[in-house]
Every structure is written in C-alpha cells, then in structure tokens.
Design a protein around this ligand. Structure first.
Ligand SMILES: [Zn+2]
Length: 423
C-alpha cells in the first residue's frame, strides 16, 4: 500500500513528475517479499516459491529467500507470474462494436483518441499486462510515442510501451476507402513504395518507433480477399534500413505469399498468419521467426457480426483454428498478441485463453505471453529470476489448471511499484 500511496501522490503532483523527466518517480530501494501459493517463473510452475523484490528489480526467487527487513505481501491461494505481455495492440483504437475502424480513423480527432487511450493504458496495466507492443496508431500520428512519454514520466499509469508510430503500407492498398475518388483521403498508415521506403522507415524511427510495422498484404485490388503488397525487394530494403538503426521489423500478413516474402526478407516477426500453409510455417520455424496469431481479433469481430460465440463456429474461426494448429505442428515460436483495440482494452487475456482452447498446452500459452515475449523484445522481462525487472502479477488460482484465472488479477507490480494490491 505504501508504494501505491507514493504512486498516487506522483499522479497528483505534476511538478514532481515533470521534475523527473523520463522517470516518473524516484527509484526506491524498498524490499518486498511476495508470498503466493505458487510461482510461474516463465518456464514452469513452482509450488511454495516466494519472490523478493529490491527496488525496481527481482532480487531472488525460490522456496527459501533471505527476506529480513522485507515488507511482506501475503497472496494466499494465488499464483505470481511475470507481468503479461501484449504482443500486438492498438492503444489508439477502441472496440469495433462501438465505432467502426473507418469512422474512428475518419471522424474521431486525435485529442479525443488520445484521451481514450489514457484509459486504455490504465485498463491494460490493471489487467496484468505490464508491457505492450503497439503496432500502429491508425491515423493518430505519433501519439503512441507521446503516450509512452506520459507513462514513462509518471503522468498516467500504463504498461511499458514499444511503439511503432504510423505503420507503413504500399500506396493504394490501405484505408479508409469509400470516399469520392477525386479526394485524397488521409490514410490510417503512411504510404511508401520502392522510391520512398528507406526514407519512411528512417522517418518513423526518427519519430520514436521501437519496432517498424509494415503491411505485407491487405484486402485490395479487383479480386476479393487479401493480396501481397510490397515486393521482396521493397521488404528487404525496409528490413535492412530498420536493422541498421537497431530497430526490429514486423509485418502484418495473412496470405501465404505475403508471409513467404516477409520470411525471405528477414523480418523479425509476422502478425496474423491466417492463411499460412505448412510450407510457410516450416520456413518460419527454420528461421526462428515468431508468429503473433491474434486469435482474439477474429473471435470478437465474428461476434460483432452476429455469431453467438458457441458452436458451430463461423468458417473464418474454423480456418483460424486450422492455421494456428499448422503453426504449432511446424514448431513455430508463438508470441502472444491479440490485436486488442479491435476489442476492449483490458480483455487482453482472451488471447491466451483462446490459444489454449485452440490446442496449445497452458504452460506454453503462458510462456508465449511472458518468457518468449521478453526474448523477442530483448527486454529484462517475462522471467522471474534475480536481476530481471520486477514486473510481476498475482492471480487467483492456478492458470495452468484453469487459464481463465488470468482474468482474476489481484496484484500488479511494474518496476517494483505496486499499482494494484489485494491488501
Ligand atoms: Zn493490428
């Protein structure tokens, strides 16, 4: 409670927050002992373990730790696990059953969208997600970088943010569409082609992109469905430019050909993968390119379109199940990411629940949202061991026996600061 009070004081003392630009609150050397029924350390479940936190990092974890002088937080019946990671979010979007994507991008102004996003970030953190990779502001400029600054300066509560700014699409391929054809309508992402892709990648990195996000295919052209957009040459140029700046690059891709080109271009992850074939998943597995399956997006949008959530499942959900199974069978690394923003922020755990429902063992699904994410993002998160950042949560029950216990988040700690406390 003590740290919660400190945090609330910071929220009400903007002078203090501004005085510590880039770090919202003083790093405390306070020592806290978390005593749950069990600990999932990012790899396996350990009954009877405790976790000692010193300042912003984990000091020790195990069945016995030297906790003299520590403040004890008892978490009876609960599981402590690494703060969950949302691998694919859109903090500047809200659920499509409230407002369509088209209307959000074309009719909601940036100030309104940022105001909403502050609530989205708080709800995400309180749901136990302490890191998020945000993959495109969808017409809201560089607001993700600005919101990240607000979180880092302690002005608003939120997860650690990996931003990607505007995202990049091939000219003519994206949206909004449906306007008078003589109008040049602002798009939900930045257009680039062979003559401009290097400049656009550099410009987005210059504006604060931690990851570069490209759309390797999209629904466009005279035929129905998605079609590849960028050539392999364009994708390679983008990857080379991003990597030169130390920024990883991910692609939106749902077609097998878009995924194949992305793999050959050397991308760092692939989003969606709906029509991935065993061949393309094999290529991804061989090159250790993770897939962010975004199962929850289709699960929710199908319901917005009228499905009641029960069997029989719509054909789109059946195809998604099949391609996710093909990815698992091929041994593709799975990074948990839901495309939240399409649906309500704070319900991110649905992705992990669906991975289990679609055939992934619960321990593997938990790893996809913790240890794997820490590795793919090159961050000291996702594992409970000495030296890692103290991003920790506690949930009621045991998520390896009932994955929906991830919805019962009782404690949230980020960088050693408690944001939600059961006591
Ligand atoms: Zn997305």
């Amino acid at each position: 409670m003590h740290r919660l009070i400190i945090f609330l004081c910071v929220l009400t003392l903007p002078v203090f927050a501004q005085g510590r630009r880039g770090r919202g609150r003083a790093v405390s050397n306070e020592v806290t002992l978390l005593k749950p029924a069990r600990v999932f350390d990012g790899e396996a479940m350990h009954p009877g373990w405790m976790v000692l936190v010193r300042g912003e990092r984990i000091d020790a974890a195990g069945p016995a730790v030297d906790a003299s002088g520590a403040k004890v937080i008892d978490l009876p019946g609960m599981t402590v696990l690494p703060g969950l990671v949302e691998g694919h979010s859109h903090m500047l979007l809200h659920a499509y059953n409230e407002t369509s994507w088209n209307d959000q991008v074309a009719h909601e102004s940036t100030g309104l969208r940022v105001a909403r996003a502050t609530v989205h970030l708080r709800n995400t953190l309180m749901a136990g997600f302490t890191t998020m990779r945000d993959l495109g502001t969808e017409g809201a400029g560089y607001s993700d970088v600005e919101l990240k600054q607000a979180v880092n300066q302690g002005i608003i509560p939120g997860p650690r943010i990996l931003a990607s700014t505007r995202a990049i699409v091939a000219t003519g391929s994206y949206q909004p569409k449906g306007f008078s054809l003589e109008w040049r309508v602002p798009q939900g992402a930045e257009e680039a082609d062979i003559d401009s892709i290097v400049r656009v990648v550099r410009d987005q990195i210059g504006h604060g992109a931690d990851w570069v996000k490209l759309y390797a295919d999209y629904r466009y052209g005279p035929q129905p469905g998605a079609h590849p957009t960028f050539s392999i040459e364009e994708l390679k140029l983008a990857v080379e430019t991003a990597h030169s700046a130390g920024a990883p690059l991910t692609v939106h891709s749902s077609t097998a050909e878009g995924m194949r080109r992305a793999v050959l271009a050397g991308v760092d992850s692939i989003e969606h993968g709906d029509a991935g074939t065993p061949e393309v998943f094999k290529m991804m597995a061989e090159r250790h390119i993770p897939l962010c399956p975004t199962l929850a997006a289709g699960y929710f949008t199908s319901q917005y379109a009228g499905w009641n959530g029960k069997p029989p499942e719509p054909p789109g959900i059946e195809r998604k199940r099949a391609s996710f199974k093909a990815a698992l069978d091929a041994g593709v690394t799975i990074l948990s990411g839901s495309d939240v923003g399409v649906f309500t922020h704070g319900e991110n755990a649905k992705e992990i629940e669906l991975m289990v429902a679609y055939g992934m063992p619960p321990v593997d699904a938990l790893k996809a949202a913790t240890q794997t994410a820490g590795r793919v993002f090159h961050m000291d998160i996702g594992v409970v061991k000495s030296g890692m950042l103290a991003d920790l949560i506690a949930v009621d029950g045991d998520p390896t026996s009932d994955i929906t216990s991830l919805e019962k988040v009782r404690l949230v700690m980020k960088g050693g600061t408690v944001y939600k406390n059961p006591q």
